[in-house]
Design a protein around this ligand. Sequence first.
Ligand code: NIG
Ligand code: FE
Length: 433
Amino acid sequence: MRLLVHSAKQAVVVSDSGEAYLAGDRMARVVIREHPAGISVAVDGNGKIEKIGSNPEIQNLYSHVKFDEIIDASNMCILPGLIDAHTHPIWGGDRVREFEMKLAGATYLQIHEQGGGIFFTVEETRKKTDDELYESLKRRLELMAQSGTTLVECKSGYGLEKDEEMRLLKIIENVKEECPIEISSTYCGAHAIPKNKTAEEATLNIVNDQIPELKQLIDRGILSVENIDAFCEKKVFDTDQSRRILEAGKHIGLRINFHGDELYPTKSAEMGASIGATAISHLEEISNDGISAMAKSNCVAVILPTTAYIMKLKAPPVQHLIKAGVPVALGTDFNPNAYCLSMPMVMNLACTALGMSMPQALNAATINSAASLGRSGTHGSIEVGKYGDLIILNAPRWEHIIYQMGNHHNLIHSVIKKGRVIHRNHQASHIQY
Ligand code: NIG
Ligand code: FE
């Protein structure tokens, strides 16, 4: 699809020097292109960004080119598609009842220990047919796309047992063909300890039975899983068990990208850095040594503001991480405990509840999220050669996507994936600014 977007007020390209991620002071700035005559972006026939320039410049260069689609972005902004670095999108049965219990004071681990939480969702998921799970997953991904997400990390994890976990990964694989956004799949069999096993038995089952099965399915081309996750937490998988699971995944070629230091300090960050983790999520309870270890190994911190907010956890030390040089990314953590599909909402919470600036939040939700998935060479900024994944925002400044809390649906005019419009809302904001 050859696409031309022209006359934009701003193009927030995020980065213009091919950086693989942004860290430290560099996170405080997004690169913006502006021109009195408007800015244009041209996407080539392979869905890749070919040229970014002023309107006159692009008009000259492309006067003889026929585009499949032309979007007039007068008075609007162009942003990169958002990248959601952490989601659990495939499950059945809601947890509204538990939400109510938590509002009344119950903690996450209390509910988990009573057989609720992940265990409740595992039971509800098992009752669903492949088709039912496929349809709800697809719908959730469509809604994410409508909020501006163009690449999303998707975990299994509500199967726990081998066959169920593989079933969930196959459904995620099938949805890739039909869903508007791109997926990076993650095997998260170590999400909880099944009721019939000890933590050690579950670890051995994952390492000796599930991961070999996963490798076979990958080798046969049935699955294309990219990452391995484990819930490294007190009363779930301890730090040593998590390490063994993650290393077994790394051994079959998966990137290590896991839940750590969330509810209790467990030295997850130190462990993750020592085994070459690409990313670690949560980190509310990270230690100073953990921060230094992540900075040294360029391990991305995936911050999940919805969870910290809903569960009233202590805020993860975002500015401390940034100051130390750890690249910070953002994710919705969409799951039945934290029902949020929207990265603009997450950026708002990252700013209001966790003290990030708006440029830091946008960098985290684009180039650094791409880095957490090993995809920043092709995704996460508007740079020549990367995929034409774009948002057209009907506002005169890009910050409105964060500032207008919960109103992003009315601001997003179009969402573009590899040069193809996957969502349009031409009614987007008629407010005169
Ligand atoms: O990231 N911590 C583990 N996983 C999820 C919660 C999953 C659930 O409660 O169903 C998280 O918060
Ligand atoms: Fe999670």
